[in-house]
Design a protein. Structure first.
Length: 272
């Protein structure tokens, strides 16, 4: 009885070897190789690689014929037929899909504050333009129609070498009184023959570009006339020297009432 059982087991093992000697999927992480020289004359040596682990015959939950790998292991371990070689390896997989080219975009950002500049001297005195004596015709030999009229125009020129804005901006000129320089305490006078104000124009000039323009700078400027009170022009970012010219034409149809004449003009560089 024992001999019959052993013969049956040997026969089953031989079937396991012979029946699974077929091409298997190559797996580098789990290798199982079997080789045997059979003790039965007429049969060749058997080599099996990575036999299947699926049962040959299974009915419901019952395994009637084990998998080829189980049969091969039985032949090697219990029947001591042939030999076995195993190799296993494990390694962590990539944490995400591997790529041969990686591209990243870096955004650099920062803020430049909007600023306008105008160098107007070191003290407030630098911004007071004193004409001194505004000459009038005082000769006793003057015709009555010319007496006390301005002897000539009054002019002033201001230049700064540093002016401009680093963004779109508005250049503005504004007089405090449309009448120009005004004598605030003239006393009484004949309005047909005298006046207590001196009209003047003011002009600004610089090198710049129009608002939102991206171009080489060119001559820019505007004038507030003697009859005007204010003016402005919009510009793109600019920096250059700036000239401001005042001109009070000689008054020739009326005389000037004696006294102090004062007027102010405000230049504003306003970021837009």
């Amino acid at each position: 009885m024992k001999m019959l059982m052993k013969t049956a087991l040997v026969t089953t093992a031989l079937v396991a070897f012979a029946g699974t000697a077929q091409a298997q999927t190559h797996q580098t992480t789990n290798q199982r190789h079997y080789a045997a020289t059979l003790p039965i004359p007429g049969l060749n040596d058997i080599k099996v690689t990575n036999p299947s682990t699926t049962p040959i015959l299974k009915v419901g939950p019952f395994v009637l014929i084990p998998s080829p790998q189980s049969l091969a292991d039985t032949a090697v371990e219990q029947l001591e037929i042939g030999t076995r070689y195993t190799a296993t390896s494990t390694a962590a997989d990539n944490t995400e899909a591997a790529t041969q080219t990686v591209s990243n975009t870096f955004t650099l950002t920062g803020v430049v504050n909007r600023d306008c500049s105008f160098y107007a001297g070191n003290t407030t005195a630098a911004r007071t333009i004193d004409f001194g004596t505004i000459g009038v015709r005082t000769g006793n030999n003057e015709n009555v129609n010319a007496a006390f009229e301005m002897a000539g125009p009054a002019t002033a020129a201001i230049q700064t070498l540093t002016a401009g804005c680093n963004t779109n901006n508005s250049v503005e000129l504004s007089k405090n009184d449309i009448r120009g320089m005004v004598n605030a305490n003239p006393g009484g006078y004949d309005t047909d023959e005298f006046q207590a104000n001196i009209p003047y124009s003011v002009a600004a000039s610089w090198t710049g570009v129009g608002v939102n323009s991206v171009a080489a700078g060119s001559a820019q400027g505007f004038t507030v006339p003697t009859t005007g009170n204010a003016g402005s022009v919009q510009q793109g970012a600019w920096r250059s020297s700036m000239n401001i010219d005042f001109n009070a034409p000689a008054i020739t149809d009326r005389g000037l009432v004696a006294g102090t004449y004062t007027g102010t003009t405000t230049l504003t560089l306003r970021a837009l």
